[in-house]
Design a protein around this ligand. Structure first.
Ligand code: HPA
Length: 269
């Protein structure tokens, strides 16, 4: 794995001049942030050695280099999900690559279902903790060059970045929720009792991504900021039929708010 990461990094460095400071992973239907990245150099996943290729509808397979909020960034437009059939190592491979490219922070976005009864559709939620119900990406032999065998998870999401996001959201007049994200494999959305279960165990939102990438980032000591767009509600009395298209539609409506917050956070890093 380490050799593959190094090979991929060597290829990328041969194509890109600047060293990105921040890695960004964009969720379902949330790839629009890349429109604001200046001076873009775009690599197709298909052209990057060892990179998996994205298949799910609404996910583009581009690695985009440029500046956002005045910072050099590398953004993944289109991420890999476990439910697509990729191994959990493949899902998290790009995070390893970003770290070895030199990024100092990882920003992640996703769409999720709210299970906190105070949430509304279209809300943004800063993730301050997670519960992992997806196979752990660190299972298997460990390479110490990546990080420890038994990584600490007492602060999965960086407190400083959370405080900054709250400050920026308040300044921009954007309502911001905060809470715990439950990561599931999907691809089914939840039954009513599953949503209830996730609420009971401490979740505020549930989705099918993010946690594997965060675990790998934290093993490598990379500070993480993650944000969810609440696209539907798994709250008793408010559960309605949900489709992938609906998730994308709501995601796109709230995306602008999220982009502005991330951009200002980058400016102030
Ligand atoms: N459940 C799981 N994943 C999701 C949901 C949901 O309700 N909404 C968006 N992604």
């Amino acid at each position: 794995m380490l050799e593959k990461v190094k090979e991929t990094v060597t290829y990328i460095k041969s194509r890109v001049n600047s060293i990105p400071e921040v890695g960004i992973i964009l969720g379902t239907g949330l790839g629009g942030l890349v429109r604001d990245i200046k001076g873009q150099l775009v690599l197709n996943y298909a052209d990057i050695p060892n990179f998996p290729v994205s298949t799910v509808e609404g996910h583009k397979g581009h690695l985009i280099f440029g500046t956002l909020g005045g910072k050099c960034v590398v953004a993944m437009q289109g991420r890999f999900h476990f439910y697509e059939g990729y191994s959990i190592k493949e899902v998290t491979f790009p995070v390893r690559v970003m770290k070895f490219l030199g990024v100092k922070h990882l920003f992640v976005s996703n769409a999720s279902g709210g299970v906190n009864p105070d949430f509304e559709i279209g809300d943004l939620m800063i993730i301050n903790d997670h519960i992992n119900l997806i196979p752990n990406p660190l299972i298997g032999p460990n390479d110490n060059e990546f990080g420890p065998r038994f990584p600490d998870m007492s602060q999965p999401y960086d407190h400083r970045l959370i405080a900054l996001a709250q400050e920026v959201a308040a300044k921009q007049g954007v309502k911001m929720q905060i809470g715990c994200y439950v990561g599931t494999t999907g691809p089914t959305f939840e039954t009513p009792k599953e949503y209830q279960f996730f609420r009971i165990i401490g979740g505020d939102a549930v989705g099918m991504s993010t946690v594997p990438e965060v675990i790998v980032a934290r093993q490598m000591g990379l500070p993480v900021f993650a944000i969810s767009i609440i696209t539907d509600l798994g709250v008793p009395g408010k559960i309605v039929e949900i489709t992938h298209e609906e998730v994308q539609r709501i995601g796109q409506q709230a995306e602008q708010k999220m982009t502005r917050i991330m951009e200002e956070m980058l400016q102030r890093l």
